[in-house]
Write a protein that binds this ligand. Structure first.
Ligand code: AP5
Ligand code: MG
Length: 198
């Protein structure tokens, strides 16, 4: 199964993405985590990405595509995964689809975590006290939400028109949200299993 997590900053993509990966034995691939690793290691990509990330802007599409595409398409790619944070612009989504469809590596489901702004800000401010992510300051959090609305929200229509969008109410405890997601993904997995044995 190949799943994409969509949702605003703080909606729970990372939290739920890891749980989905455990339940369905998928690899969890987070472009935010990969980029933070590049920044920590001081790679060329990390140096280019850092200023965008610190200000809450998206890293340019070409840098992201060169970082991620070998992992998810092509001969040595992962076969099944949950993507967290990629694609998040229409050009990224269209490139990933074009390249992936040549080798049959396309998404089975898109999980969009729906949640009001106030709750996002509360969650990210509490995370800021526990972890130290450079982009969890009040102004940058607000800007990340604006960028999400401008650049990533248009993907909802794109995936809805492909018939693979699942909108999930992401308010509630972590377990409650997982249960809502699993109810939908269990059905998709059953469909994939029966298609494989048919
Ligand atoms: P990224 O790392 O993807 O950050 P983000 O989208 O801002 O999202 P977060 O990781 O902050 O939130 P999340 O949805 O994962 O929520 P979480 O589970 O942590 O991207 C960072 C930057 O990298 C971008 O700004 C950009 O610069 C760059 N980038 C990455 N991908 C890119 C791409 N494809 N293109 C271009 N640039 C890219 O949860 C948040 C908190 O809430 C946690 O503390 C968690 O414990 C808590 N929580 C979760 N669920 C619940 C719940 N149900 N109840 C209470 N608390 C909860
Ligand atoms: Mg995350």
């Amino acid at each position: 199964m190949r799943v994409l997590m969509l949702g605003a900053p703080g909606s729970g993509k990372g939290t739920q993405g890891k749980r989905i990966a455990d339940r369905y034995h998928l690899s969890h691939v987070s472009t935010g985590d990969l980029l933070r690793q590049h920044v920590a290691e001081g790679t060329a990509l990390g140096k280019q990405a850092k200023s965008y990330m610190d200000s809450g802007d998206l890293v340019p599409d070409d840098l992201i595509l060169s970082m991620i595409m070998d992992r998810i398409t092509g001969p040595n790619a992962l076969r099944s995964y949950v993507l967290d944070g990629f694609p998040r612009t229409l050009p990224q989504a269209k490139s990933a689809y074009e390249i992936g469809s040549q080798t049959g590596q396309i998404l089975d489901a898109v999980v969009c975590l729906d949640i009001p702004h106030d709750e996002l800000i509360d969650r990210l401010q509490s995370r800021a006290q526990e972890e130290s992510r450079a982009d969890d300051t009040q102004d940058v959090i607000r800007h990340r939400i604006e960028v999400y609305e401008e650049k990533t929200l248009p993907l909802l229509d794109y995936y809805d028109s492909r018939g693979i969008l699942h909108r999930i109410d992401a308010v509630g405890t972590i377990d409650e949200v997982s249960d809502r997601i699993f109810a939908e993904l269990d059905e998709i997995q059953k469909g994939l299993e029966s298609a494989a044995t048919a």
